[in-house]
Design a protein around this ligand. Structure first.
Ligand code: A3P
Length: 287
């Protein structure tokens, strides 16, 4: 995966959109508030979907904010250059997105009562999603060789470094009561049950009508059409919207349309090796 990058404490990040200062601010200076809600994931795991769900839960199903403020302003990524300006405009409880690995996360989080929702996804579908993402985001040199992308991904030569390290790092704190762990596949399979659990975790009592509204406005089709959620408001110097959609396909198992049998076996072997110490099974492994 090719992009102009720098390394920060072992993690690969893109130049210009991140800087040592922007990451250092999160790590050391960000003042986490006790009611902050962090939306954390490795890229392409369903971060925007979760941001939309959290925003709708916060507003009891009312979609006004989702339809009037771009997603990257109302649930901004804390590690991006420019976050501090966005931070000033957030209302409490703040919804803050992040792809940072655990070891780079805001130190003040660990002393606060703030909460983290960590969304994970089948890494093979992440690779497919990334493949298409490199076409539309201008920081990447378009990836034409899918095999190369798989190899880069397993070596951690990707934006935010190794997926395996990301997951393993966050799993170290998974038993903490401020931490909610969910997969993209569970969200797809049982959106209502997932929203009910999330609301409970956030201390919100939503009635059936409000939950219906959360589900309606966070659905794939609604988000794809909503120009405040589909990233078409993002400046064209960063995104080329003629090359594809950010809200692309929204399914699980699209890897089967992209991986050859050999590529799938190669990936599975590395996955087994790298994940074996975790002694955990993940929802997507059932399919
Ligand atoms: P695909 O490229 O497989 O379609 P992130 O937000 O972390 O960048 O993840 C992007 C992925 O989430 C994309 O996957 C995108 O289509 C999918 N996605 C976004 N909104 C969704 C929704 N409401 N329902 C299902 N998938 C969604």
């Amino acid at each position: 995966m090719l992009f102009d990058h720098f390394e920060y404490k072992g993690v690969r990040l893109a130049q210009k959109v991140y800087s040592e200062e922007s990451i250092g601010y999160v790590e050391n200076e960000l003042k986490v508030l006790d009611d902050d809600i962090f939306n954390v994931s490795y890229p392409k795991s369903g971060t925007n979907w979760m941001a939309e769900i959290l925003t709708l839960i916060k507003h009891n199903g009312d979609a006004t904010i989702c339809q009037s403020i771009p997603i990257f302003e109302r649930a901004p990524w804390q590690e991006l250059v420019g976050f501090q300006e966005k931070e000033k405009k957030l209302t409490q409880p703040r919804i803050i997105s992040s792809h940072l690995p655990q070891h780079l996360f805001a130190k003040s989080f660990f002393k606060s009562k703030a909460k983290i929702i960590y969304t994970m996804r089948n890494p093979k579908d992440i690779i497919v999603s990334l493949f298409h993402f490199t076409k539309i985001v201008k920081i990447f040199k378009e990836c034409e060789n899918f095999q190369q992308l798989i190899e880069d991904f397993v070596k951690g030569n990707a934006l935010y470094g190794s997926w395996f390290d990301h997951v393993k790092g966050w799993m170290q704190v998974k038993d903490d009561s401020r931490f909610f762990f969910i997969t993209y596949e569970e969200l797809l399979k049982d959106p209502r049950g997932s929203v009910v659990k999330l609301s409970k975790f956030l201390g919100k009592q939503l009635d059936d009508g409000q939950i219906d509204s959360v589900l309606k406005h966070s659905s794939f089709n609604n988000m794809k059409e909503n120009k405040m959620s589909n990233w078409t408001q993002m400046k064209s110097d960063l995104f080329d919207h003629t090359k594809g959609s950010f809200i692309r396909k929204g399914v699980s198992g699209d890897w089967k349309n992209h991986f050859t049998v050999a590529q799938s076996e190669y990936f599975d072997k590395i996955y087994q090796e790298k994940m074996k110490d975790l002694n955990m099974s993940f929802f997507w492994e059932q399919f």
